[in-house]
Design a protein around this ligand. Structure first.
Ligand SMILES: NC(=O)c1ccc[n+]([C@@H]2O[C@H](COP(=O)([O-])OP(=O)(O)OC[C@H]3O[C@@H](n4cnc5c(N)ncnc54)[C@H](OP(=O)(O)O)[C@@H]3O)[C@@H](O)[C@H]2O)c1
Length: 325
């Protein structure tokens, strides 16, 4: 496994972060693994040297955090880097179980820690921007959480670059913990982040950990077969994303062609492309299969030539913003 320093945290993480949205309970989404199968994938990831895990309170409505915490409890907690997130409403009858008010953050972070069975999470991220709470209040609540020892670092996820820049300036001005990481939507078929967000992260030395690096499976098989898996058929979220726009079919076909040339899978080529981007620290991979996990780790060995990178990128045209509002 390769390791890298996450932004300016000084913390070393594996170049692949294991996304835990696929773990928890199939009662939440048909394609999510239940506890025992989730355990197998998480344990194999640790065997392969992965030390970086991303979950969220809303994945399987808390079950993802509980399962991850239970598995990691059998290992040396100090050697793992655990990230979770809050923002989405956890109880439909309780509006304060979502958002980024001080009340929501304090309650939801405590609930996450309890499910994870941990006193401290390494990275606590805001899952989305809260238009109803001033960012200064959110940052103060997060700063207090760090002072209390409940989180080591704080991070953010999909938002506009101007909002992220505002957050960073507010932290600097008020002497508060700043967002050390950006978890954004980025893959060969969604490159809008290259305009503003990624150069901003680069300039500020913010760690970048993109989500859905394989476009939720769209980049792992020929486009005609995308709906042939349970997730491909039922993941409404994937359909809302503009993967078919911006010449998505042609990009998908070029990934197929390069996979043949490199004697690799399409997933490996798509992942090698993300890993080739200097502003990326660790893509968050989502898999429910041991074989796919092993393929992802093997993709670290693939070195795409500059001309192949250009060829893969060439057909892309701008698409609708996807991942935030
Ligand atoms: N911050 C946010 O708003 C946000 C949003 C979405 C996701 N995330 C994070 O990002 C993580 C990854 O997201 P994602 O699951 O959408 O990621 P992804 O890696 O883009 O897509 C995962 C899909 O690709 C398939 N796949 C992976 N490797 C494959 C291979 N070698 N061959 C064929 N199919 C393969 C998986 O199928 P199998 O299960 O069969 O392997 C799964 O259906 C999540 O777990 C979560 O932690 C964050």
């Amino acid at each position: 496994m390769e390791y890298t320093t996450l932004g300016s945290t000084g913390m070393e993480v594996s170049r692949l972060c294991l996304g835990c949205m696929s773990f928890g309970t199939s009662e939440w989404r048909d394609w999510v693994l239940d506890e025992e199968e989730s355990r197998e994938v998480i344990e194999r990831a640790i065997d392969l040297g992965i030390n970086f895990f991303d979950t969220a309170n809303m994945y399987s409505m808390g079950e993802s955090e509980r399962v991850l915490g239970t598995v990691l409890d059998d290992y040396d907690r100090d050697s793992q880097v655990v990230a979770t997130k809050g923002y989405f409403q956890m109880d439909e009858d309780d509006p304060n179980s979502g958002g980024l008010s001080r009340k929501a953050i304090e309650q939801e972070l405590s609930n996450s820690l309890e499910r994870l069975g941990m006193d401290t999470v390494d990275l606590y991220q805001i899952h989305r921007w809260d238009y109803d709470t001033p960012i200064e209040q959110t940052l103060r609540a997060l700063d207090d959480a760090v002072r209390r020892g409940q989180a080591r670092y704080v991070g953010a996820s999909s938002m506009w670059a101007h909002q992220f820049a505002d957050s960073l300036r507010t932290s600097e001005r008020e002497g508060l913990e700043r967002f050390e990481t950006m978890q954004n939507h980025y893959n060969l078929l969604y490159r809008e982040e290259e305009r503003e967000m990624l150069p901003l992260c680069d300039k500020e030395n913010v760690g970048v950990m993109p989500w859905s690096p394989l476009a939720r499976g769209y980049l792992t098989r020929p486009h005609e077969q995308v709906e042939e898996t349970v997730r491909g058929e039922t993941d409404d979220h994937a359909r809302e994303h503009p993967y078919y726009e911006g010449n998505g079919y042609e990009v998908n076909e070029r990934v197929q062609e390069l996979a043949d040339e490199y004697d690799a899978s399409m997933a490996q080529i798509a992942l090698a492309w993300v890993l080739d981007k200097e502003w990326v620290d660790a893509p968050i991979i989502g898999t429910s299969s041991l074989d796919h996990l092993e393929e992802a780790v093997a993709a670290l060995e693939i070195d795409l030539s500059e001309s192949d990178v250009e060829w893969l990128e060439e057909p892309y045209e701008p698409v609708r913003v996807s991942g935030h509002e």
